[in-house]
Write a protein that binds this ligand. Structure first.
Ligand code: NCD
Length: 305
């Protein structure tokens, strides 16, 4: 039995396989429509979510399965003081697989050790978000054809942005990639990612604070929201929240085949006018996320495909 807590738990060929299954689901949805009949997914969300929770739920329904769960800790017994471990031990009596989002880094890992059924980390605090990374990888594969020889700009809150951490971790296995890390100094990528991933694997990266200067060299621009909920004081958030606002003017010197990604939700960091630009991929990313979560559920439930 396997869970998915960190994107590194998947081998490169397993990622390829998940992408291939996702493509098969898109081409032949009817082949998959009853694959999870009789199975239940539990979505245990202790933090707000639109895309991740609803895409997991849509994914399970499209596989013929059912869904139970809660969308805020306040409506579960955790509000009475129940531990995460007791919660998942309980839920595993009712469900076959769990998707859990929690504000505490490491909570899904601890829960997975006791769950007795596969558990998927749907985001843990400012740490990791492996299924968003699968959606990102699937999108990059579709847009760029592969993961090698790419210059990837990551812009915004690189300190608290869990999607950024997981994406760097995943992409660091491919050849000839370069990261351009664009953030205010206070929201720079954590040292542990530099030490344990970028430096250890000898990956080229630069850290800059201006988006404009680096725009022409990027193949991918991954925008992120400043993570309000992780700040200790509101004044800092207000000062930093509009550090970067991507608009049509800023894209004038970008590559013609740039791909603009964003895990969403966006606040101000991408002007709505950019949505009409063919290089904007963030709503495609949303849809890709549903298909790759379908593939992941099938894999962890060990359903024959
Ligand atoms: C992200 C998250 O929750 O980390 N959203 C998502 O899952 N698509 C990004 C964010 O909230 O900024």
């Amino acid at each position: 039995m396997r869970s998915l807590i960190d994107i590194q738990e998947l081998t490169t060929s397993e990622i390829e396989e998940l992408i291939a299954v996702s493509e098969d689901i898109i081409a032949h949805p009817e082949k998959f429509s009853q694959k999870c009949a009789g199975k239940k997914l539990a979505t245990l969300f202790f933090e707000p979510s639109t895309r991740t929770r609803l895409s997991f739920e849509a994914a399970m329904y499209e596989l013929g399965g059912n869904v139970i769960g809660f969308s805020e800790g306040a409506s579960s017994s955790s509000a009475k003081g129940e531990s995460v471990v007791d919660t998942v031990k309980t839920v595993s009596c009712y469900a076959d697989i769990i998707a859990m989002r929690h504000h505490k880094e490491g909570a899904p890992l601890v829960a997975s050790l006791k769950a007795g059924i596969p558990l998927i980390n749907a985001g843990d605090g400012g740490h990791n978000h492996p299924t968003q990374t699968l959606a990102d990888l699937f999108t990059i594969k579709k847009e760029k054809g592969g993961f090698e020889n790419l210059v990837i700009g990551l812009c915004g809150d690189l300190k608290f942005g869990r999607t950024v951490h997981s994406l760097i971790s995943a992409l660091s296995r491919y050849e000839n990639i370069k990261f351009v890390l664009i953030s205010p100094e206070e929201l720079a990528i954590p040292d542990y990612i530099k030490e344990e991933i970028l430096k250890k694997k000898n990956i080229e990266y630069t850290e800059v604070s201006e988006m404009q200067d680096v725009m022409p060299e990027l193949d991918i621009l991954y925008m992120t929201r400043v993570q309000k909920e992780r700040f200790f004081n509101e004044a800092d958030y207000i000062r930093l929240r509009d550090s970067y606002i991507l608009n049509n003017e800023k894209l004038l010197n970008a590559k013609k085949d740039l791909s603009i990604l964003h895990p969403l939700p966006r606040v101000n960091e991408i002007a709505v006018e950019v949505d009409a630009d063919p290089r904007a991929c963030y709503f495609k990313q949303v849809l890709n996320g549903k298909y790759i979560r379908m593939a992941l559920i099938l894999k962890l439930l060990e359903v024959e495909v």
